[in-house]
Design a protein around this ligand. Structure first.
Ligand SMILES: [Mn+2]
Length: 336
């Protein structure tokens, strides 16, 4: 067991004691991804096991199509509409509480616990179980449960495995280490079926998403001698391609996968004229989270995001300036 996990043992024990007899809302982040949904489902199961009176999962956006086979019958409520007044909040995979939704934060400012692995997390809950060295919140949850001697049934082991696979792109991201493989192996030992899960996750592409991908690829532009590749999703692109917002997840990877590209950008022009940006790099040393930070965003070293209200044509040159200084800083630090 990782030494880090034993450091959380007391907090985890306290959390399980605190949920007993309570109504708990497990909140995930906006535009939930696989790690978020899986962590919510597993945490809901765990809190019920620990004696919570009632548990619901709340999100500002719907569970993506890909992850619906893994929700184990959990009811996911809309975080902006659900009456949380009688509930205590536990967030999972949320670097800050606002990520769970502004309206939830306003209506219920107190957070009982936060379980997360984002490097940008600054503690905002009563009980903070935050481990940036963990590859996924789902992996962290799996370790916490195992460390406490909780028996994870095959259904929940599969859910946790899905979360870990989603966040590590099938155990290939820069934060995939021995510990990550160890957790995955244990989850397989507990009944997660890699082949079956892989078909459900990676062989169910929707036609609309493929059309959206085609549009994104068509828009790709190279900058800084091919070191940076950026693509744009214009307003109305989802309707035009028969896709949905959630289908944009992962598109930026195609830009990053190009030979020679060190930083990839997906810029989505929102209906209100603002821009939502996703950043990826091949190596964590590129620290794209610093680019995101310059625009009020954040995230991981090799995967980050931001949102700005500025129109794209006005924003684009400023973005390229920041990207260029990051490239220069990277070159200075690692002089090629
Ligand atoms: Mn995550």
């Amino acid at each position: 067991m990782d030494a880090k996990i034993s450091a959380f043992r007391e907090s985890f024990k306290r959390l399980l004691a605190e949920v007993k007899g309570e109504k708990i809302a497990v909140a995930g982040h906006i535009r939930p991804d696989g790690d978020c949904v899986s962590s919510q489902v597993a945490a809901a199961w765990l809190f019920r096991l620990a004696g919570a009176e009632k548990v619901v999962c709340v999100n500002s956006h719907e569970v993506p199509y890909l992850y619906r086979p893994f929700i184990c019958g959990e009811a996911f409520e809309n975080a902006d509409a659900f009456d949380v007044s009688a509930y205590k909040i536990v967030t999972v995979d949320c670097a800050d509480y606002a990520r769970a939704g502004e309206s939830l934060k306003q209506r219920k400012p107190e957070v009982l616990a936060c379980i997360d692995h984002h490097v940008s997390n600054s503690p905002y809950a009563e009980i903070n179980i935050v481990d940036p060295s963990s590859c996924a919140t789902a992996a962290l949850l799996a370790e916490l449960m195992t460390d406490s001697g909780i028996e994870i049934p095959p259904e929940i082991a599969s859910v946790l495995y899905v979360g870990e696979m989603a966040d590590t792109r099938q155990l290939t991201t820069s934060n995939t280490d021995f510990r990550a493989f160890n957790v995955a192996a244990r989850l397989v030992g507990l009944g997660a079926d890699p082949a079956k899960i892989s078909v459900l996750l990676y062989q169910r592409e929707k036609f609309g998403r493929m059309k959206l991908l085609a549009r994104f690829l068509q828009s790709l532009t190279m900058h800084f001698s091919g070191r940076v590749c950026a693509g744009v999703l214009p307003p109305g692109v989802y309707a035009a391609t028969g896709s949905q917002k959630e289908d944009a997840d992962g598109l930026v990877d195609y830009a990053r996968n190009i030979d020679g590209v060190e930083i990839a950008l997906l810029l989505e022009v929102l209906d209100d004229g603002g821009v939502k940006g996703s950043l990826r790099s091949k190596v964590p040393e590129m620290r794209v989270n610093e680019i995101a930070k310059a625009f009020g965003g954040g995230g991981h070293l090799a995967a980050a995001g931001f949102s700005v209200k500025t129109p794209l044509d006005e924003f684009y040159p400023r973005l390229l300036d920041v990207v260029e200084s990051r490239l220069k800083a990277f070159d200075a630090e690692f002089s090629k």
